[in-house]
Design a protein around this ligand. Structure first.
Ligand code: ADP
Ligand code: MG
Length: 542
């Protein structure tokens, strides 16, 4: 509420009342250390929510949207996206996760957990009386040291089109923490195949836009499959049409398969059986003519944007002219591009040069459900592939699509740069040790910030251990000790209780670029938050 003393009522030249607020009172304002502390608190609370979702044993979150739809997810970027974070600093964390998602695709939870830990440690330093800019500088130095260490401990990851097993293993690591973990092997194989299908290995580039991930409710996770072409959620218009067409020429029509509507101006009087028969015959002639035009062009399949009635359908079937009806505009365009067909708006314009081509078009039923779909494979103009996922309900389908996106990103990142570091917190512990020892060599106050950074890095293995039900401090201390003694940077948290901390042996690793980006982004956001010492927001009126 606003006290009357701070505002005055005035009238404009038309006599309408308006309120003047005194400038100072209009804004809620936090300054200096107060501002930093409030911001850190906000960021920390977002990070704390994410912490329990990290790793193979991480929990999923269920989020309810404004219109009541429910999302169940383990994906950091998605959780934050849907959380409706109101606080501005909280929104920075959302942005942080989104950048990681955009650049790398994986590590969206980890980056927020790390940023939260960095800020938490910064709070202690602020309490000690350290200047925020000194902390920011120390973090920057530490980040450089850690990044250099990541490069030093990274290993080159060998794979080729003929030997893509290593790639599959990496995608499996990514998928292991997700709902789809149950069939991660099959999913990972699909993702790798899709990426290699569209990859330009010479230029080390993968255009993920060429991989469509399509989902449909029904069936089960195991029914997912990779289609080297397009999927159209339709079937042939008549059940007696052939289910498979090979080397087929395709006509794409946006004109309806129906006789022109009688104009209402000219009244048609049907007052006798003869007249009715006559009209019917005329209609039929139209159909016959249309079908003949398609046949004459050389088309072996017509794809129609519009529907047609049973009679036309019957005729198409009899004339051996397979057809698909009610194909959406987007799909029509995709098909046209992929098959090289021109979209034909009038039957009179249908000529052989406007037909597209596909090596195979077939109708398939997926899994145990009765739904049928068309697979259009071997199109001349595209390398595009489609990953088709199934699931018992919309939430599972959506989460599966997101998990596949993560795995695709990981595979793409490896094609771009095949350096890896080991996961399960192994890389973070290694960096933590190096940063801590570098801090000892620094004379200035930055050493404290560097030590704080080293501590913060441990938040990742800590969270992984905690989420797996392991005694976090004991486990992480033991792993640190082992890393110091053996010098192995691949010792991490044994989340799945396999019986070894050797992440190399467990084949748990992450891409070097992903880890580097994660450190970089978390450090940046921290620096940004530390540098804010004045928060001005419009005061709320209750
Ligand atoms: P993000 O959204 O950050 O990718 P995830 O839930 O995918 O979060 O968890 C990633 C973390 O889990 C990484 O630190 C990774 O090394 C670790 N991790 C994944 N699989 C395993 C495993 N089998 N054992 C130990 N750690 C694992
Ligand atoms: Mg992940």
């Amino acid at each position: 509420s606003v006290s009357l003393a701070t505002m005055s009522l005035a009238f404009d030249e038309f006599g309408r009342p308006f309120i003047i607020l005194k400038e100072q009172e209009q804004k809620a304002r936090l300054k200096g250390i107060e501002a930093q502390k409030a911001n850190i608190l906000a960021a920390k609370s977002v990070a704390r929510i994410m912490q329990s979702s990290l790793g193979p044993k991480g929990m999923d979150k269920m989020l309810q949207g404004p219109d009541g739809d429910v999302t169940v997810t383990n994906d950091g970027a998605t959780i934050l996206e849907q959380m409706e974070v109101e606080n501005q600093i909280g929104k920075l964390m959302v942005e942080l996760s989104r950048s990681q998602d955009h650049e790398i695709g994986d590590g969206t939870t980890g980056v927020v957990v790390l940023a939260g830990a960095l800020l938490e440690k910064a709070e202690f330093l602020l309490d000690m009386g350290m200047h925020p800019l000194r902390i920011a500088e120390g973090y920057e130095m530490a980040c450089k040291v850690a990044t250099k260490n990541l490069e030093a401990i990274s290993e080159e990851f060998e794979f080729s089109v003929d030997n893509c097993e290593p790639l599959i293993q990496t995608c499996m690591t990514t998928l292991s923490s997700k709902i789809v973990g149950r069939c991660k092997r099959a999913m990972a194989e699909m993702c790798v195949k899709a990426v290699l299908d569209v990859a330009d290995l010479k230029r080390r580039d993968v255009n993920l836009d060429l991989i469509k991930v399509v989902g449909k409710v029904g069936g089960q996770l195991e029914d997912a499959r990779l289609v080297e072409g397009l999927i159209i959620d339709k079937d042939f218009s008549h059940p007696q049409m052939p289910k498979e067409l090979n080397d087929v020429k395709i006509a794409i029509l946006t004109c309806p398969f129906e006789p022109p509507k009688p104009k209402t101006k000219h009244k048609v009087n049907i007052d006798s059986v003869e007249k009715f028969e006559e009209l019917r015959r005329q209609e039929q002639d139209y159909f016959v003519d249309m079908v003949q035009k398609c046949k004459d062009s050389g088309a072996g399949l017509v794809i129609c944007q519009w529907g047609f009635d049973d009679e036309a359908n019957h005729l198409l079937m009899h004339r051996n002219m397979p057809a698909v009806r009610w194909v959406g505009g987007v799909e029509i365009e995709l098909l046209a591009v992929a098959t090289g067909a021109r979209i034909v708006p009038r039957f009179s314009e249908l000529t052989p040069d406007k037909l597209g081509f596909a090596k195979q078009v077939r109708e398939v039923a997926f899994g145990t459900t009765k739904d049928r779909m068309l697979l259009v494979e071997g199109c001349p103009n595209t390398k595009a592939v489609t990953i088709f996922v199934r699931g018992g309900n919309r939430m599972i389908v959506e989460e599966t699509k997101r998990s596949i996106h993560d795995a695709l990103c990981v595979a793409r990142n490896l094609v771009r740069d095949n350096h890896i570091v080991y996961g399960g917190g192994a890389a973070e512990i290694s960096c933590s040790l190096v940063v801590a020892s570098e801090a000892d060599k620094i004379a200035g106050v930055e050493q404290y910030a560097m030590r704080a950074f080293a501590d913060a890095l441990e938040s990742i293995p800590m969270a992984l251990a905690e989420n797996s039900g392991l005694p976090a401090i004991d486990s992480v201390t033991a792993i640190k000790k082992a890393q110091v003694e053996t010098g192995n940077p691949w010792l991490g948290v044994d989340c799945n209780e396999v019986g070894t901390n050797d992440m190399k042996g467990q084949v748990v690793f992450e891409t070097l670029i992903g880890k580097k980006q994660c450190l970089f982004l978390a450090t940046q956001v921290c620096k940004m938050i530390l540098k804010i010492d004045d928060v001005i927001e419009p005061k709320r009126f209750e």
